[in-house]
Design a binder for this molecule. Structure first.
Ligand SMILES: *[C@@H]1O[C@H](CO)[C@@H](O)[C@H](O)[C@H]1NC(C)=O
Ligand SMILES: *[C@@H]1O[C@H](CO)[C@@H](O)[C@H](O)[C@H]1NC(C)=O
Ligand SMILES: *[C@@H]1O[C@H](CO)[C@@H](O)[C@H](O)[C@H]1NC(C)=O
Ligand SMILES: *[C@@H]1O[C@H](CO)[C@@H](O)[C@H](O)[C@H]1NC(C)=O
Length: 297
């Protein structure tokens, strides 16, 4: 189910991308930050034995081998790169790669909030190691890479003006980490503003450095993902919406996405020369679930 979801998501976002008027098809590089929805291999490099995604059937429909993507095929970020076209952005932790046409800093299970927040608040998910790969750590990796991409301000402005930056999806793993650690839905909802604030800070930092083309995606409907449906399944039919998702958990995603959309509007005002777009990961998934036949089930 998870594999199928990731694959379907990629396909639908591709078709939306093709008709998207703000996507310039002349980018010279693509940079991505995020979690498992867009990790093209960083977690497996960081922790080679820890994860199932380094094993078949992951990768079987496109790469014919596990690549560290949490999918049987390509991810949204891969489809975007191919539609430009650019090479698939290599995972940053794969040292010795050519990053001049892009790099992918996303790490499966990466959080928007720093590891320090989780340690300070004693939020320790059972059975999962916490990672120090948060959004700010990923921005630090980008800062380390920068001198190999451009040095002078003019050089960097030119380079950035021709690059596409994807900031997310991220936040999903914050919510699943908190829930897995036993936090209540009310607690999780109370942290949504902090999580969105960390995304906004990352966006502001990149835009301050001269980034001109940025996409900030929201999160998927939490209440529709197989793990949440399995762990928090309810005997009470009224806890589910019309397509079988858990409404309480979907509400977290809806709240998050509304705040991200508002933040993007604010960033558009603050950085009028930049093209900043919100990307929706929520509606496509509800459509797949409502009418899977149309999407190739
Ligand atoms: C996580 O990594 C960053 C950057 O390498 C470091 O500054 C920070 O102290 C680390 N956090 C923890 C809690 O270890
Ligand atoms: C920037 O300067 C460093 C140190 O001189 C050099 O190694 C690097 O190749 C330069 N980067 C570019 C893009 O020219
Ligand atoms: C199911 O949930 C509804 C709404 O929360 C509640 O009113 C009802 O009592 C619940 N039914 C059972 C059997 O728990
Ligand atoms: C979901 O959010 C809506 C609007 O914010 C609220 O009316 C509803 O009670 C929430 N549902 C659940 C199950 O939390």
């Amino acid at each position: 189910m998870k594999l199928v979801l990731a694959f379907l998501l990629a396909v639908t976002t591709l078709s939306q991308q093709v008709t998207c008027t703000t996507l310039r098809l002349s980018y010279k590089a693509i940079f991505n930050f995020g979690d498992g929805l867009s990790d093209t291999g960083n977690l497996v490099i960081l922790s080679p034995t820890a994860l199932y995604i380094g094993n078949p059937p992951y990768g079987e429909t496109y790469f014919n081998r596990p690549t560290g993507r949490a999918s049987n095929g390509r991810l949204v970020v891969d489809f975007i790169a191919q539609s430009i076209p650019l090479p698939l952005a290599p995972p940053y932790l794969a040292k010795g790669q050519d990053f001049s046409k892009g790099a992918n800093f996303a790490v499966t299970r990466a959080t928007a909030l720093d590891l320090k927040f989780y340690l300070d608040n004693n939020i320790i998910p059972t059975g999962l190691a916490l990672l120090n790969t948060s959004l700010s750590v990923q921005l630090g990796w980008f800062a380390n890479l920068m001198p190999s991409l451009c040095n002078t301000t003019d050089e960097c402005n030119l380079y950035f003006s021709n690059s596409l930056f994807l900031l997310g999806s991220i936040g999903f793993s914050d919510y699943t980490t908190m829930l897995t650690a036993g936090k209540t839905v009310d607690y999780v909802n109370s942290k949504v503003p902090d999580i969105v604030c960390s995304i906004t800070s990352a966006a502001t930092s990149l835009l301050d450095q001269g980034v001109q083309h940025m996409v900030v995606p929201g999160v998927v409907p939490l209440g529709c993902i197989p793990r949440i449906l399995t762990v928090y399944g309810s005997p009470n039919a009224s806890d589910y919406d019309s397509i079988g998702c858990l409404q309480r958990y979907n509400n977290i995603s809806q709240y998050h996405n509304k705040m991200v959309r508002d933040a993007v509007k604010q960033l558009q005002i603050e950085f009028p020369k930049a093209v900043i777009s919100y990307a929706d990961y929520y509606e496509p998934i509800t459509k797949f679930l409502a009418t899977p036949r149309i999407y190739g089930e």
